[in-house]
Design a binder for this molecule. Structure first.
Ligand code: WTA
Length: 652
């Protein structure tokens, strides 16, 4: 479990300045609260819930669950009977009860530098009420599903909250998805209305959403699912009021009983989940709010910026719901980190005096490739806390983030979580947890992790195996929409009594948790289980390498062999000497068993728009199989052709 005392060696400590005002100022305090949260969840979460508006308080015990398939149906009940409205909590409560009416909710920064606007909590409330009326006038009722396909604009938040206000279920489809993907998601969720925009620019590329939406709606019609209503924001022509429409009085808010909110529908990624992940309003609201508050040590004068897209869970939880529940001021950014140049992030940090900054390892590695100068062109004095999410961060990237971006002043919170968990589950608290580069450290309150071996036995002390959770917390998913059986098989069948994350994990001598990557990303070389993430990390430590992705390729003798793709830093060229060096590096870091069989120079890697590498595609390249399946979620499909052209035919 959690050590009695925080380790003092080989760790990075949070800043002393932060400790003075922090909500959780020390490791001892963390430990005390953690034990309380696990032993008395009702009391712990009851205190958190006090700050929110409830139409009805929960009845009966706070938490009830069964994680054991051999004992009957899996269920998670939390705050049964509680009713509330999440939109009321995010807007009305802040405007009317918390006196935050004139506080800025979003500082919107467009794709082009200089394109900007601000919106206060009062203005947002007005716009949400108006738009809720528009939705009602279009016949949208409680329980109806609404598809939202929009760029990162304030109107996207307005649309989401207007849905939540009237009890409709929003399904936000990432605006980088194709017409085919949009159509699929509309039909999957049986949406009665589509909210979209005419288009937007990503860097210098025009994304014609109108065309894509028209095509998607035509496809829906052809498949026998006509969507009659569509509302379009004129974003390109700068007439945002188009979406607002009606000026009638504010919509009456409804208080759906534990209104169920379907997440982003199909999120096709490297892992075979999370489709139709279903969360409940009360639990999701409490959990996103409290994790936001404690993990980013939220203070009222913060300027917070999460660079994720709202179409993904990180944007749902940590742009819309968590920060707004606290009445925070957030930057909402429409553009790209590399447009018009690779300093854009830091320019924005200085422009708005961002204090808390949350991004993904892939973005960090991308920017790291261009060296320190683009970062150091800007001051970044306002920054206090840096966060990362999405995949294991290799220690090298962590160090760069900490040393260069944060100038050794800002703790890095490496937050491990999943669409399914609703919010952070393993994470440092910035003033309390000594950090180790690459480790997500310890569990958040209410979360009880364990590491199991292949036979399902809990491992104690330093160990490596499957990461599971032993009991639920409020933000945990409740089921798979319309398919409870799938929920049981995906997450509970393998190890009765535990929620299985699907991630591999190592616990070190100090009790720190280190995510080693998806279990499906493990490979077995001559009977040795290797984590692709570990090999990638070893490759990336070489100064020539910006990014690496490793997949397995079947091998007649070893079972599986290591096929490595490396993206080199700007200005470095690939040659045999480098190849030999890379092999040596991996051998030295991990062992001879992990020596790469193939190394391919890959100027571009196939990534989803949220930055996850699609290993499925790389496995096909490694085996020279051209049947790639659906690759519509790829950010740039042209890299695939290039990868096939550069294939290695013989082992190195
Ligand atoms: C991975 C994103 C290591 C992990 C919030 C998980 C991480 C999957 C981290 C969920 C992290 C996310 N360290 N791995 N800090 N954060 N992951 O549903 O494999 O898009 O299971 O949720 O991302 O991805 P999802």
């Amino acid at each position: 479990m959690i050590p009695d005392k925080a380790p003092k060696e080989d760790v990075f400590l949070g800043s002393e300045d932060l400790k003075k005002e922090a909500h959780v100022p020390s490791f001892d305090k963390y430990k005390e609260l953690y034990i309380h949260s696990v032993e008395n969840p009702g009391e712990f979460w009851g205190d958190v819930a006090k700050d929110f508006f409830w139409r009805n308080k929960h009845t009966g015990q706070f938490l009830d669950y069964n994680f054991d398939v051999t004992k009957g149906e899996i269920f998670i009940k939390c705050m049964e009977g509680a009713t509330t409205n999440i939109c009321y909590n995010l807007l009305d409560r802040n405007v009317h009860e918390k006196k935050l009416a004139d506080k800025i909710a979003f500082l919107w920064e467009g794709n082009e530098p200089g394109d900007e606007l601000t919106v206060t909590y009062r203005e947002l409330l007005q716009r949400v009420c108006q738009f809720a009326n528009v939705l009602k006038s279009q016949g949208v009722k409680k329980g109806d599903r609404v598809s939202i396909y929009m760029p990162m604009v304030v109107e996207l938040v307005v649309a989401m909250l207007a849905c939540a206000r009237i009890g409709a279920v929003h399904s936000v489809v990432f605006a980088g998805f194709s017409a085919e993907s949009l159509c699929e998601r509309i039909i999957d969720s049986q949406c009665s209305l589509l909210i979209t925009a005419d288009g937007f620019y990503r860097g210098d590329k025009l994304i014609n959403l109108k065309l894509l939406s028209d095509e998607a709606l035509q496809k829906c019609k052809d498949k026998g699912f006509p969507v009659k209503k569509c509302i379009m924001l004129k974003h390109l022509s700068k007439e945002p009021e188009e979406i607002v429409g009606s000026r009638s009085p504010p919509a009456k808010r409804s208080c759906p009983d534990l209104e169920q909110k379907k997440q982003t529908g199909k999120a096709k990624k490297t892992r075979p989940v999370p489709q139709g992940v279903l969360h409940t309003v009360s639990g999701y609201m409490l959990y996103t709010a409290i994790t936001f508050k404690l993990v980013f040590d939220y203070q009222p004068d913060d300027i917070y910026w999460c660079t994720a897209d709202i179409g993904w869970i990180t944007g749902h939880s940590y742009i819309t719901y968590g920060p707004m529940a606290l009445g925070a001021t957030s930057v909402l950014f429409e553009g790209l980190p590399t447009y018009p140049d690779v300093s854009r992030m830091w320019e924005i940090v200085d422009k708005y005096h961002v204090t808390k900054f949350y991004t993904a390892p892939t973005a960090i590695r991308l920017l790291m490739k261009f060296g320190n100068e683009p970062v150091q062109k800007y001051k970044r004095k306002s920054l206090k806390i840096l966060g990362t999410v999405g995949e294991p961060i290799n220690p090298e990237a962590w160090q760069w983030y900490y040393n260069v971006v944060g100038e050794k002043r800002c703790p890095v919170v490496d937050t491990f979580w999943q669409t399914e968990t609703g919010g952070h589950v393993l994470t440092p608290l910035p003033a309390a947890t000594p950090m180790k580069p690459g480790s997500a450290t310890f569990p958040f309150f209410g979360v009880v992790p364990a590491i199991l071996n292949e036979s399902g036995e809990e491992l104690e002390g330093p160990s490596e195996g499957y990461l599971v959770f032993k009991q639920p917390w409020p933000g945990m998913m409740r089921t798979v929409y319309g398919n409870h059986q799938r929920f049981e098989t995906t997450y509970f069948k393998k190890f009765p009594g535990y929620y299985v994350t699907g991630d591999g994990c190592r616990r070190d001598k100090d009790g720190y948790y280190w995510i080693t990557g998806r279990i499906d990303d493990m490979l077995n070389v001559s009977g040795h289980l290797l984590s692709t993430a570990e090999v990638e990390s070893a490759l990336v430590e070489h100064k020539a390498v910006a990014e690496a992705a490793v997949v397995s390729r079947p091998h007649p003798v070893k079972g599986e062999s290591l096929y490595c793709f490396v993206t080199l830093n700007d200005g470095v060229s690939y040659n045999q000497t480098l190849e030999a060096e890379l092999k040596k590096q991996v051998r030295e870091k991990i062992g001879a068993i992990a020596t790469p069989d193939y190394i391919q120079n890959a100027p571009g890697l196939p990534k989803t728009r949220s930055g996850k590498i699609m290993r499925r595609v790389l496995r096909k390249v490694a085996c020279n199989e051209k049947d790639l399946g659906d690759i519509s979620t790829l950010a740039d499909s042209s890299v695939v052709e290039q990868l096939f052209q550069n294939r290695c035919c013989t082992a190195v």
